[in-house]
Design a protein around this ligand. Structure first.
Ligand SMILES: [Cu+2]
Length: 165
């Protein structure tokens, strides 16, 4: 009678200890899961939201180059720093095969419909084409812009870069 009573107490105590251990283990597991979300999930989501992960051109400091099948497309925008709501000169230099008609640039933002904003370019000779345009200030406050350079009959190159507001 007495021994079974003691055994019962020990048994209940052991069960409580095991349950407490399980609880701690679960808390540790959930904690590590949340930590991994903070470390990996949140920065990736934030980067995708403002599209900074898609930036492929450091236009604030240099010109940018992309390859089409028959020609190299070099984009430069001046003056620097490249600011919104300012008169900007866009220069496209094509090395290699030249298109029959002048290239042009469509300005927009990744993942957003911003309304048409086309920069037409004039040939300056030697594969250099220049034109002027304005990058507007996006009401969302986002500063990642995209210049799609269309080279007639040869393709298009997308340059994604940060603009100063
Ligand atoms: Cu926008």
């Amino acid at each position: 009678m007495l021994t079974s009573g003691v055994e019962k107490v020990i048994h209940v105590g052991r069960m409580a200890f095991l349950q407490a251990g399980e609880g701690l283990f679960m808390m540790l597991f959930v904690g590590m899961f949340l930590l991994s979300m903070v470390i990996y999930g949140v920065p990736v989501q934030a980067a995708e939201k403002d599209h900074s992960a898609r930036v492929n051109c450091d236009i604030q400091h240099t010109s940018c180059t992309q390859e089409l099948s028959d020609t190299q497309v070099v984009l430069d925008i001046t003056p620097k720093p490249v600011k919104a709501m300012a008169d900007l000169t866009f220069r496209i230099t094509l090395t290699g095969k030249q298109p029959a008609a002048a290239p042009y640039i469509d300005l927009g933002m990744p993942g957003m419909k911003m309304g048409p904003n086309r920069v037409t370019l004039k040939s300056m000779g030697n594969g250099v084409h220049e034109g002027t345009g304005i990058i507007v200030r996006c009401p969302s406050g986002k500063k990642v812009w995209k210049a799609t350079v269309i080279v007639p009959n040869m393709g298009a190159a997308e340059f994604v870069f940060d603009v100063i507001y």
